[in-house]
Write a new protein. Structure first.
Length: 103
């Protein structure tokens, strides 16, 4: 199954990592992570969208990696959910970074 991986730098140690698996141009599964790397090089997952459990959903995590929030993206096919995830993190990464820093 064809794979598409890439990274989008957002600044201040935050970036997006995308992995999608496609068949004939249709997203079969994906994970989009909002990541943070601290000055010492330690990596953290701030939040993610993925298709585990067979349904696209959003998970927001605490600094300790604990699940803080889960939102199911019912009604979105994987193509639309994938695009939504990328746009959401591009446009609102500062909001998620702030919530993560407060956790």
């Amino acid at each position: 199954m064809p794979e598409k991986d890439f990274k989008i730098e957002l600044g201040n140690g935050f970036y997006i990592v995308s992995e999608s698996f496609r068949e004939n141009g249709i997203v079969e599964r994906f994970v989009v992570r909002l990541m943070f790397i601290d000055p010492l090089g330690e990596l953290f997952i701030v939040a993610r969208f993925d298709t585990a459990h067979g349904i696209a959903h959003f998970d927001r995590l605490s600094k300790s990696g604990r699940l803080v929030e889960k939102v199911w993206l019912n009604g979105l096919d994987f193509n639309r959910a994938y695009e939504y995830a990328l746009n959401e993190f591009r446009q609102n990464h500062e909001y998620y970074a702030k919530r993560w820093n407060e956790s």
